[in-house]
Design a protein around this ligand. Structure first.
Ligand SMILES: NC(=O)c1ccc[n+]([C@@H]2O[C@H](COP(=O)([O-])OP(=O)(O)OC[C@H]3O[C@@H](n4cnc5c(N)ncnc54)[C@H](OP(=O)(O)O)[C@@H]3O)[C@@H](O)[C@H]2O)c1
Length: 253
């Protein structure tokens, strides 16, 4: 059996009906896990479950829910029943906002999906992970946590930076119990979301973004997803409190 085999483990991947999350769900399924796929769009979740189920029959469950609501989180946890692996991937921002722009509600909205939801889901799954002496948490952050970039949303940046401190502290607290927690910070990845964002921008293009990346192109969702099975398997037992930057060398973009 491979050291990254995940047979018998159940994983939640939030925000996995498309983009980086969908690629992570695919990787975890390929390594034998049962995966709960989630997003707000019912049709989008159903579509993704249908696609994934063709190669992993019986190991994909879908959950359409807004995770910023208590009801949505409860629904997700009910569908999962047990959670060995939690990947907090849902996140992003809908509009560029510099520091002077957001209202308090807009600031709180950016923090909610990008920081508060990961915290609340960790709080919900940790007691069982600690009790069973095994658990894996991966929080998907962003390059903006350490490298400022114009054309962002200030609450999003604050939330992603907060995710690093939160994850490191959590990792230290639960290390004794066989539970690991890590952050993966993607650079610029060519997802549908990014392409929508570029289509709406009058200043940025795919070429201009690629020009800031030493590798010379945008990343692919599979290039983020590929590291996740290692982190969440037995092989990753000694990797905790780590922040993994995957950005084509664009450390100071
Ligand atoms: N793409 C990049 O260049 C990049 C760079 C750095 C970091 N990241 C981070 O990587 C993660 C994934 O990014 P992506 O580009 O793949 O984004 P994406 O294509 O927009 O996907 C986001 C996913 O999250 C779900 N989602 C959003 N809000 C939700 C909510 N309140 N409740 C439940 N599900 C929700 C979406 O589904 P619904 O639309 O159905 O809700 C979708 O499945 C995010 O955390 C993002 O901040 C991305």
């Amino acid at each position: 059996m491979s050291r990254t085999d995940l047979t018998g483990r159940t994983a939640i991947v939030t925000g996995s009906r498309r983009g980086i999350g969908a690629a992570i769900a695919r990787e975890l399924l390929d390594h034998g896990a049962t995966v709960v796929v989630c997003g707000r769009s019912e049709a989008g979740v159903a579509d993704r479950v249908r696609t994934l189920d063709t190669t992993a029959p019986g190991r994909v469950r879908g959950c359409a829910a807004d995770l910023t609501t208590a009801h949505g989180r409860e629904h997700l946890l009910e569908i999962a029943a047990t959670v060995d692996i939690l990947v907090n991937n849902a996140g992003g921002f809908t509009r560029v906002m510099d520091t002077l722009s957001p209202t308090l509600d807009e600031w709180n909205d950016q923090l909610a999906v990008n920081l508060t939801v990961p915290f609340l889901l960790c709080q919900a799954v940790l007691p069982t992970m600690i009790e069973q002496g095994w658990g894996r948490i991966v929080n998907i952050g962003s390059i903006v946590a350490s490298a400022p970039q114009l054309g962002n949303a200030i609450g999003y940046v604050a939330a992603k930076a907060g995710l690093v401190g939160f994850t490191r502290q959590l990792a230290a607290e639960v290390a004794h119990a066989g539970v690991t927690a890590n952050v993966v910070n993607p650079g610029t990845i060519g997802t549908e979301h990014l392409r929508d964002y570029l289509a709406a921008s009058d200043r940025m293009t795919e070429q201009s973004l690629a020009g800031r990346i030493p590798v010379g192109r945008l990343g692919r969702p599979a290039e983020i997803a590929g590291v996740i099975p290692y982190l969440v398997s037995d092989a990753g037992a000694f990797i905790t409190g780590a922040v993994l930057d995957i950005n084509g060398g664009a450390i100071h973009a």
